[in-house]
Design a protein around this ligand. Structure first.
Ligand SMILES: C[S@@+](CC[C@H](N)C(=O)[O-])C[C@H]1O[C@@H](n2cnc3c(N)ncnc32)[C@H](O)[C@@H]1O
Length: 390
């Protein structure tokens, strides 16, 4: 990969300069944080906001007069890497959803292993199994869920593959010993801390070949992201877990049902926030944790009971649902206006995080390649970082 330092510096400068556009919590805002954007954002109705949300290019064009630097931050496009020749499903892949299977096949299409393979955070080891078949190299899959390990081991035995599971915790210190110099290490969709460890352990062991597709950047150990690379530490953006979720706020694989549920969830969360301010007399936004989607098939009163329970509040004796839901409508519009701006930084921030990993590996003496390994319709988490060293 050509020198990415200038691109990383440019991203760092612009993300820091415009941190007020994206390092904020839309739910906590009661007014639009950018008076200069009021005229353009407030004339959009909710349908127009939703439409712009699903067309990032149009959103960039709309904001260009006020944020001219944004389009330059979107100018870099990661190269398209190798894709599988076909997505035919062998008998053993029964039960793997189509999109997942396409991701596995596309990831594998980029691997030519000269050494034994280590699969990091393997699940049932579908990728490891395919690689064991295609690469004629022994595969060790690390996974901590015993049930998944057992299922993966059973399949490997049935197919008489050199594929074994190491059932253990990737975050335990002893996991470092799994990395060897003569090895191809792979990690498909390893979450934040898991893939940070993968990179650090591999670099320390001098592992020859790495392939990683990162996901869930926010699942880190501390509350703040500590950049991996020297360059990243020089341009530390002070990223919180909330900031690190920004690249994940992209819904490309959802249909109408997903959109409807998101609308309902947004409305209920905001309606509850209005209610809790009244109940507590507080002026601050009270974040609610993630919840199972089946809660959305009940009614708002059930949701309020659940939320009050989570926050240690007494459930109000009588609840005027209509009142709170109407109050949420105005705030939902405001949240969508703010998200329209904030989401313009989704790609630059993900690129910054990816380049932090790329620069770390470069600093460690690796030759590195960054690209997209699968179609966006299979998953929005489709970046692949590959690294080799002699
Ligand atoms: C997002 S899934 C990816 C699975 C597989 N690589 C794939 O793409 O289908 C992450 C996997 O990591 C495993 N995992 C999570 N934390 C772990 C840990 N601390 N040690 C080992 N495995 C872990 C989970 O059980 C899960 O199977």
């Amino acid at each position: 990969m050509s020198d990415v330092a200038p691109l990383f510096n440019q991203l760092s400068t612009q993300l820091a300069r415009h941190s007020g556009d994206w390092q904020l919590m839309p739910f906590a805002c009661r007014t639009l944080p950018w008076p200069e954007l009021a005229a353009v954002l407030e004339r959009l109705d909710e349908d127009q906001l939703d439409q712009l949300e699903s067309n990032p290019q149009q959103a960039l064009e709309l904001l260009a007069p006020w944020r001219p630097e944004l389009s330059a931050l979107h100018a870099f496009t990661a190269p398209v890497l190798a894709r599988a020749a076909d997505y035919a499903t062998p008998r053993w892949s029964n039960g793997i959803p189509g999109r997942k299977w396409a991701q596995i096949k596309d990831f594998a299409a980029n691997i030519t292993a000269e050494h034994a393979i280590l699969e990091w955070c393997a699940g049932k080891g579908h990728l490891g199994r395919l690689l064991a078949m295609e690469q004629q190299q022994p595969v060790t899959s690390l996974e901590w869920d015993q049930d998944l390990c057992r299922q993966g081991e059973t399949l490997a035995n049935k197919l008489t593959l050199q594929h074994h599971f190491h059932c253990g915790d990737a975050l335990a210190p002893e996991a470092a010993a799994l990395f060897k110099p003569k090895q191809q290490a792979v990690a498909l969709h390893a979450c934040g801390e898991l893939h940070l460890r993968f990179l650090r352990h591999a670099a320390r062991a001098g592992t020859r070949a790495l392939a990683l597709s990162p996901c869930c950047y926010h699942l880190i150990e501390g509350n703040r992201y500590v950049p991996l690379s020297n360059a990243g530490r020089r341009h530390d953006l002070g990223l919180s877990r909330h900031d690190l979720r920004l690249p994940l706020q992209q819904q490309v694989t959802g249909g109408e049902r997903v959109r409807r549920l998101r609308h309902l969830e947004l409305t209920w969360r905001l309606a509850f926030d209005e209610l809790q301010r009244e109940l507590t007399g507080g002026r601050d936004y009270l974040p609610l944790p993630a919840f199972p989607k089946q809660l959305l098939s009940g009614d708002f009163a059930d949701f309020v009971s659940w939320a009050c329970d989570k926050k240690g509040l007494a459930v109000p004796a009588s609840l005027h649902s209509e009142h709170w839901l109407a109050a949420a409508d105005d705030r939902r519009l405001l949240v969508k206006q703010i998200e329209l701006v904030r989401h313009c930084y989704r790609y630059p921030l993900e690129l910054w995080l990816l380049l932090d990993r790329v620069l770390f590996l470069t600093e460690q003496g690796y030759r590195v390649r960054l690209g997209t390994f699968t179609d966006i319709h299979n998953t929005p988490r489709r970046y692949l970082i590959q690294a080799w060293r002699e």
